[in-house]
Design a protein around this ligand. Structure first.
Ligand SMILES: [Zn+2]
Length: 389
């Protein structure tokens, strides 16, 4: 801390019109990003023709995300970059060619100020309100790399608690693409909290080409992930404080997990000498690692991993019908959903039947039925009826 910015080992703070940089240490190897931090608009844009209250809604920015990013950066003493202008002006988490770069319609609201923009206006917004932030992200990354530290990029976002009138069950989601270096330990750390419904690439699909982490993470070979926190949990100061504490604990857990999996030099040397088996990436040791300490959390993590695999397996094998599962094994996907719902209820979490089913099926139950449920054979129905009695 003491030498922050004085011996080139830190990133200095910076205040610009369209973004700001919060200062922090580089030796932690972590850079926080908040692409949807602000809901301001530059002079001359008014409210983009919207009622002022529309700019306080989620369509304009990620409610609570900036507060979490700022407090987390301070707690961890790491640098962070935050945008100031609303994503309705131009969305920094979209590729330059993405059709949703400048939204004409957002969650039912027409954006009058975006309705008729021409190429010149689009280029102006790209030049003044989009690229400066991305250049600053690049510059911050360059600072890390100059010190020989490839930073982890962690992007903080928030999502609405419901969408198109259906409640979103997850408290938090991790979004990622093909690189699970951070996303996987991050998911594990979130699962280990024990009281969270965690979405993997929920409520949105993972990394998309052209988005912020694709550009600065994937394209530069840096490990990255998005954390999406449900907005009702971080709307007020108490929630923000609680989630900052939680995120700090989670980041520290991820750091420990990454430190444990990075093979130290000594292990590499012993491995080369044939004394120990190599630690394979993504924790997949194929039986070569001995389990010496099996504490309570680890047991829970392993059980959770097995559960996730079961769910994933069932999601992939859509040809396996629930009625056949019931006839053969006495349980089906709906039982699993009920067990999930009951476990949540035991912990005081309200989770609807539909929401629990969506967690298991990976889509609304009705949608799954329409897509994959087949007409049951007479024998299957008879066996099912018989078993019921
Ligand atoms: Zn966002």
């Amino acid at each position: 801390m003491a030498d922050r910015g004085t011996r080139g080992s830190g990133i200095a703070g910076q205040e610009e019109a369209s973004y700001c940089v919060l200062p922090g240490r580089t030796d932690r190897g972590l850079l926080l990003l908040c692409d949807h931090a602000g809901n301001a608009l530059p002079p001359g844009y008014g409210t983009l023709g919207l009622l002022p209250e529309q700019l306080k809604r989620h369509i304009a920015y990620d409610i609570g995300a900036a507060a979490i990013t700022r407090a987390l950066a301070a707690a961890l003493e790491v640098p962070a970059l935050l945008t100031r202008y609303s994503r309705l002006l131009i969305d920094p988490n979209r590729g330059r060619d993405d059709p949703t770069l400048i939204m004409r319609l957002s969650d039912g609201a027409v954006i009058p100020g975006n309705r008729k923009i021409d190429a010149a206006e689009r280029d102006k917004r790209l030049g003044l309100y989009y690229e400066p932030y991305h250049r600053a992200v690049d510059a911050a990354i360059d600072c890390f790399l100059a010190l020989g530290i490839p930073p982890i990029l962690l992007s903080i976002h928030s999502f609405t608690e419901s969408w198109k009138e259906s409640a979103r069950p997850w408290h938090v989601g991790v979004l990622w693409g093909g690189d699970g270096r951070v996303a996987k330990p991050l998911l594990e750390a979130l699962y280990a909290e024990g009281d969270l419904i965690v979405g993997e690439n929920e409520p949105y699909a993972g990394q998309l080409e052209g988005d912020c982490l694709w550009r600065h993470g994937a394209q530069r070979g840096l490990a990255s992930a998005i954390v999406e926190i449900r907005q009702d949990l971080i709307r007020d100061a108490a929630g923000q404080e609680a989630w900052t504490g939680r995120m700090r604990r989670i980041v520290e857990r991820v750091e420990r997990a990454l430190a444990a999996t990075a093979p130290p030099l000594e292990r590499i040397e012993r491995c080369q000498a044939g004394e120990v088996a190599p630690a394979l990436p993504d924790g997949c040791n194929h039986g070569v690692g001995e389990m010496t300490k099996l504490d309570k959390t680890l047991t829970m993590e392993l059980e959770a991993a097995a559960f996730r695999r079961l769910v994933e397996h069932l999601r992939q094998h859509t040809d396996v019908q629930n009625i056949d599962l019931m006839n053969l094994a006495g349980f089906c996907r709906n039982c699993l959903s009920n067990w999930y719902q009951e476990a949540a209820a035991e912990r005081g979490l309200r989770l609807s039947k539909d929401a629990a089913r969506e967690i298991i099926y990976g889509m609304p139950y009705k949608e799954w039925q329409a897509k994959y449920q087949k007409e049951a054979s007479a024998e299957a129905v008879a066996a099912f009826e018989k078993a019921k009695h």
